[in-house]
Design a protein around this ligand. Structure first.
Ligand SMILES: [Zn+2]
Length: 377
């Protein structure tokens, strides 16, 4: 099958794609609001039904339900491909009032439009196109409900489904025009120091400052940064003490860690667990760990990317690849060794920012490229 044929089929659906994108953007779906995310899910399920998909609902109490949507033949000689997306956004209810759906100069603005409501709609259009073209390939579209807050309940579901698939295509936004072939792993640690409080004028010598101790610890953990390995440590939040004239009895610090190599995970965790206080009257508690493994640019990922680049070239497009420090659910699927290509969603910008937008003209061509990858032409 030729990419031009796929491109034409996808282009016919452009009006539907845009109409659905608007409908989905206008159903707000912040991660914390189960009812809201479920409303977005219900809208999508209507479209899935039209497409003849099978729905497996993974019910959740505290978050929106996770939707596993199956298309194509149940069994096939061809391996199943997983399209991975999320229904939730970072935007609170009511954002539409100040940030409505708006089109200007070839861009479409709105909360969650690029991250990743466009990706969800594109996935359905790509599935519709390959179906129309008679491609026989099993496809799963998995839509999770709480990706923006770290996928606390869907991670296990995602990993289990990915294990049965031969490739994972993540519908997160493109990086510029590029697909993402590497992502850093993400860690979070909390350091908590208990010191001994005292009056700084009357009783200074009896005090053991948690703030001073934390200052030393911040120096130490910041020193774990090794840019040559893509390992960074950011002590991003610190809180301690009550008044300037009190020797602080407590201090807490929240630390973000990024790793480019999976082999650094255990080392970083060891370094954090091994932290020691200098002032022996203080006690330190360390919690947290590496929660997303890095998506490393392994041969299986490179192979998928080369395939995509070839298809893009047939369409007259130059497809680049990029690495990012940000995490996605692609970290989980790549982390268990399933070849994963990320950033296959919309081209645009401003994810999590007020100028969030998609580039309208890119929607059809990116959807066609995705359909080509599903067809495996
Ligand atoms: Zn996203």
């Amino acid at each position: 099958m030729m990419m031009s044929e796929i491109g034409k089929t996808v282009a016919v659906g452009e009006g539907r794609l845009l109409a659905r994108l608007r409908e989905l953007v206008e159903v707000e779906s912040p991660s914390e609001d189960k009812a809201a995310v479920d409303r977005a899910g219900a809208l999508v399920l209507g479209w899935v039904e039209e497409l003849g998909g099978t729905v497996k609902r993974h019910r959740q109490k505290g978050y929106g339900d996770v939707l596993e949507l199956l298309f194509g033949p149940a069994r096939s000689k061809r391996g199943r491909v997983l399209l991975l997306g999320h229904l939730d956004t970072v935007w609170p209810m009511g954002t539409l009032a100040t940030m409505p759906w708006r089109e200007a100069e070839g861009k479409i603005y709105g909360p969650g439009v690029v991250d990743m409501k466009a990706g969800v709609v594109m996935a359905l259009e790509a599935i519709a196109a390959v179906k129309e073209l008679g491609v026989e390939r099993p496809v799963t579209l998995l839509l999770v409900s709480e990706e923006e807050i770290g996928s606390p309940v869907s991670r296990g579901i995602t990993e289990k489904i990915a294990r049965e698939c031969e490739a994972v295509f993540v519908m997160e936004p493109a990086q510029g025009l590029a697909y993402k072939t590497a992502r850093k792993g993400v860690g979070y640690f909390e350091l908590r120091v208990q010191g001994v409080g005292a009056h700084s004028g009357v009783d200074f010598e009896r005090g053991h400052s948690a703030v001073l101790e934390m200052a030393r610890l911040v120096q130490t953990v910041s020193g774990f940064t090794d840019l040559s390995k893509g390992l960074t440590v950011n002590a991003g939040v610190i809180a301690g003490g009550t008044r300037s004239n009190v020797v602080a009895s407590e201090c807490v610090c929240e630390v973000d860690v990024r790793i480019a190599r999976a082999s650094d995970a255990a080392k970083v965790e060891r370094m954090f667990r091994g932290l020691k206080v200098t002032d022996k009257a203080c006690t330190l508690t360390v919690s947290g760990g590496i929660n997303r493994p890095p998506m490393e640019r392994k041969p299986g990922i490179v192979k998928l990317f080369r395939q995509a680049r070839g298809l893009a070239a047939e369409m007259g497009l130059v497809l680049e690849e990029a690495a990012t420090g940000g995490g996605s659910d692609g970290n989980f699927t790549a982390g268990i060794g399933v070849p994963t290509l990320d950033g296959m969603g919309a081209v645009g910008g401003g994810a999590h920012a007020a100028h969030e937008h998609v580039v309208k003209a890119s929607l059809v061509e990116r959807t066609a490229l995705l359909a080509g990858m599903i067809a495996g032409v």
